[in-house]
Design a protein around this ligand. Sequence first.
Ligand code: NAD
Length: 302
Amino acid sequence: MSARIIDGNAVSRKIRSDCAERVARLRAERNVTPSLAVIIVGDDQASRIYVRNKMKAAEDVGVISRLHDFAADADPDLVLHLIDRLNDDPLVHGILVQLPLPPQFNIYSVLHRIHPRKDVDGFHLYNVGGLVVGRTVFSPCTPYGVMKLLQHVGIEVAGQNAVIVGASNIVGKPMALMLMQQEATVAICHARTRDLAQFTILADILVVAAGVPGLIVPQMVKSGAVVIDVGINRLPSGKIVGDVDFEGVRGKASYITPVPGGVGPMTVTMLISNTILSAEQASAAPALDDPFARADIPLEQI
Ligand code: NAD
């Protein structure tokens, strides 16, 4: 068997074209242009490339993006005050803080300062909690992108054995919750899991997000499994690879994502989609049962 390759760039193009139509509709019908505020602190080169990609993708579909750039030794209070101002600004629909932050920052106090209605990365505790009960406002972009890829290729999730390798707050854990929400039977593995292969071999859907190149080899994969590789690793040669032995595993899987060109573009795409969703919600007539549609209700009363 040779796996079919899930082309994240092609799926992204399709969703981004839908995004452009949603932006055009918002402009025409409500006179609203979605806008994303991006905060970056320090000189991490990879972070700067990610931010540039996100802002370009936003602008390509008509979403305004504004960069707020702080030096590595910035006072955290300045960033928190900026977030307060952006929370109060009705022209800003999404706020993104690029991680990692320098050591003087408490990441959680920064992420939780963003109003859940503008938390387009889906990292605020309200959105994380919403994920647990299936009522999140904004899903975290990487696992959300994986769900869209599965949907795009018509994978039925309900009843499947899904195994996730990696249990981080931004990928592994929310991925597990989203798959469980769609009625998969889910196992989560991590660095302390004993005998990883005994879990991965059971997976109908295997999502790998460990950050370890070559971690998943063909013997660990069930014949016909759908293999989603979230990992992004730069080898000493400069080559970018995922966590899965792509050439080996593609001989065994039914579907597989490449790295690059699989999950990566979807992460950016879902960020843009979430920002547009925020603008759609902010400009819609308030729904009585949706506290987030009511900008006048303070967060602490939600
Ligand atoms: P992380 O370091 O926060 O978490 C890694 C997880 O993998 C941990 O739970 C750890 O216990 C587990 N792990 C590590 N080694 C393992 C091993 N040998 N066996 C089993 N589990 C192991 O990383 P993260 O932020 O979740 O990112 C994971 C990978 O995904 C990285 O390569 C990262 O670059 C990539 N990533 C890609 C995207 C994208 O858009 N494609 C987005 C976010 C992260």
